[in-house]
Design a protein around this ligand. Structure first.
Ligand code: APR
Length: 307
């Protein structure tokens, strides 16, 4: 398994470290435009290998030759948000970056699976899909796992239970219109509504929707990276282990949920070939409506792309 991570900033370095710690890849190539950053971070991480006990070789570079024939490429290149910005404010800057990166990646690794992390997530996943020309099952975005992790972490705090026992799913676009699904949330198989009244659940949903902004508000100079990095590494692991995990990811839709030619977060089954199946779960009318309006806002941004 060869993995490349494009963008050696906060998210890129975190994905790389997590992938190495999982013992799932022979090699991770870390690429950035800034001379010295991927080389320095890559070497530093490799020097942690004897302590962390991994054999994944980590190579930092400013070019794409070293990425040739990657099985998976994680794209984190781009600018992050600052306080007061929405993810959509990054659209024009990150579109050019993701377009350029995707062209270079696709030329060197025509059979790779692309995992997009740059924001605005669903629109950047669409950009990579169009620019690469890869089939939809090999291009998907990391958002649902992160949003679901935030939701689960808040529920665990509220109930004082292990995060491991919370099963949940957050769908929709990676923004304020995301769609947490309390009806599909259980604690060790017991419905969430057994533990919490509606007002508490609504407050957790609201905090989840604004979870990225809460971190930006604290950091001030950038956005979250520990949870996003861990989420992207979990997707790489699902591909590497081919264990057919069902995870919420931003996927290309061609009619599912009544949505066409767009990316939005839905439950998918992931294996060695990428997305093996998009699951159409029976949503309530209200949740389906929320998913559709979330997809509408993604589509409105896609229309601005001029690809
Ligand atoms: N090619 C390669 N790397 C690039 C390019 C490019 N064309 N343009 C920018 N980069 C690099 C920057 O040099 C920087 O090292 O991308 C990196 C981004 O790192 P950070 O600024 O630390 O941002 P980060 O927090 O990692 O977020 C990256 O992920 O979660 C999203 O919204 C976030 O879009 C942002 C992206």
């Amino acid at each position: 398994m060869k993995v490349s991570v494009i963008g050696a900033g906060h998210v890129g370095e975190t994905v790389t470290a997590r992938v190495a710690d999982k013992h799932i890849a022979e090699e991770v190539v870390l690429v950035d435009i800034i001379d010295g950053i991927p080389q320095g971070k890559g070497l530093d991480m490799w020097e942690s290998a004897p302590i962390r006990q991994f054999d994944t070789r980590i190579i930092g570079t400013n070019g794409y030759d070293e990425t040739a024939d990657s099985d998976v490429v994680v794209i984190t290149a781009g600018v992050p948000r600052k306080p007061g910005m929405s993810r959509d404010d990054l659209l024009n800057t990150n579109k050019d970056i993701v377009k350029n990166v995707t062209e270079q990646v696709a030329a060197k690794s025509p059979n790779a699976i692309l995992i997009i992390v740059s924001n605005p997530l669903d629109v950047m996943a669409y950009t990579a899909y169009k620019v690469s020309g890869f089939p939809g099952n090999r291009v998907f975005g990391m958002a649902g796992i992160l949003d679901t992790a935030r939701y689960r972490s808040f529920i665990a705090l509220e109930l004082n239970v292990s995060v491991r026992d919370i099963q949940a799913m957050v769908l929709g676009g990676h923004g304020d219109s995301m769609v947490p699904l309390p009806a599909f949330t259980t604690i060790a198989g017991i419905p969430l509504s057994h533990f919490l009244p509606k007002e508490k659940i609504d407050a957790i949903i609201d905090r989840t929707r604004k979870g990225g902004g809460e971190i930006v508000g604290y950091l001030k100079t950038g956005s979250a990276y520990y949870a996003p990095g861990a989420a992207a590494a979990e997707m790489v692991e699902a591909i590497a282990k081919n264990n057919h995990r069902i995870l919420p990811c931003s996927a290309y839709l061609s009619g599912q949920y009544g949505l066409e030619d767009t990316f939005v977060g839905v439950p998918v089954k992931i294996g060695r070939t990428g997305i093996e199946e998009i699951l159409e779960i029976p949503l309530s009318d209200e949740d389906l409506q929320l998913l559709k309006s979330s997809a509408e806002s993604v589509k409105a941004n896609i229309a601005k792309l001029n690809l």
